[in-house]
Design a protein around this ligand. Structure first.
Ligand SMILES: Nc1ncnc2c1ncn2[C@@H]1O[C@H](COP(=O)(O)OP(=O)(O)O)[C@@H](O)[C@H]1O
Ligand SMILES: [Mg+2]
Length: 264
């Protein structure tokens, strides 16, 4: 049964997509079959893995549309391969904006994505959602379908602004649709030579100790480069710092999940 993780923050440019691909690829390297689902109409995750908006084939938009109007979907071809064996992706496209609006008018829409991923839960060890930078119906569906949400936080001044609203959203989801939702914070784009970065990291450790991953992701320009090649960072540059750090994050997440499953 897959462990389902949403990568979310209502800020743009905070490494949600980068974390989704890099963590997913490192989990795969640890022997886990992993499915990435692009839930952002901007489709950056799909593009970064070489799946372009105008390519033929169905996307997550078509899959979600079936919750409105039952019709046939080519489920097997919805899931696309990536450059890494055992790392698959369901791409997104710009039509997701309008489908999101239509879906939210339906009673019980919150559970649409949970029902949809049911068909893949036994085929994968991890399912990761790359969420869009908004707190709309898509994030409600994603958090309802997830075991945990990982919130990447940039280690810079004002980075935590808006975090309160996201945590309130998590609390609301726990109350209404998913009582077991866990959340963790991940410090990203950390530059240890920068005093503000160090100060922000200290504050995060003080305020969120148990929820903050001990792995910290530093600044690494190789992450920007790998996007153009369609390869995850661990394939593009196995020795770079970000590969090691996302590898450590995958190990830390694995330990957490094993601990939780044993505790049940
Ligand atoms: N640790 C990092 N070091 C340097 N650049 C990074 C790092 N993480 C992400 N980036 C870059 O920052 C930009 C925004 O990241 P992205 O993952 O697209 O954010 P989001 O999905 O939250 O909008 C991208 O150009 C990405 O390559
Ligand atoms: Mg993104």
């Amino acid at each position: 049964m897959a462990h389902v993780v949403a990568i979310s923050n209502q800020k743009g440019g905070v490494a949600k997509t980068t974390t989704c691909i890099s963590l997913g690829a490192c989990l795969t390297e640890r022997g886990h079959k992993t499915l990435l689902i692009d839930l952002d109409p901007q489709a950056n995750l799909s593009l970064s893995l070489g799946h372009f908006d105008d390519a033929p084939g169905e996307t997550i938009t078509d899959a979600l549309e079936t919750t409105l109007n039952p019709r046939k979907v080519d489920w097997d071809n919805l899931v696309r391969p990536t450059s890494m064996p055992h790392l698959d992706v369901i791409p997104s496209d710009a039509r997701l904006w309008s489908v999101e609006r239509l879906i939210s008018e339906k009673t019980g829409y919150e559970f649409g994505l949970s029902q949809l991923i049911g068909r893949w839960m036994d085929n994968y060890d991890y399912i990761l959602f790359d969420c869009s930078p908004s707190l709309g119906p898509l994030i409600v569906m994603a958090l309802t379908a997830s075991n945990r949400v990982i919130i990447p936080i940039q280690t810079e001044f004002l980075a935590a602004v808006g975090l309160v609203r996201l945590i309130e959203t998590v609390d609301a989801i726990r109350e209404h649709t998913n009582a077991n939702l866990e959340f963790n914070l991940l410090a990203v784009m950390y530059d240890q030579r920068n005093g503000i970065c160090r100060e922000v990291l200290n504050k995060l450790q003080e305020n969120f100790s148990a929820r903050l991953f001990s792995t910290v992701i530093g600044v690494d320009t190789r992450l920007k480069e790998c996007v153009a090649t369609g390869q995850p960072i661990n394939q593009y540059d196995p020795k770079t710092r970000a590969t090691q750090q996302y590898g450590m994050l995958a190990a830390e997440l694995d330990q957490m999940v094993i601990g939780e499953q044993e505790g049940k």
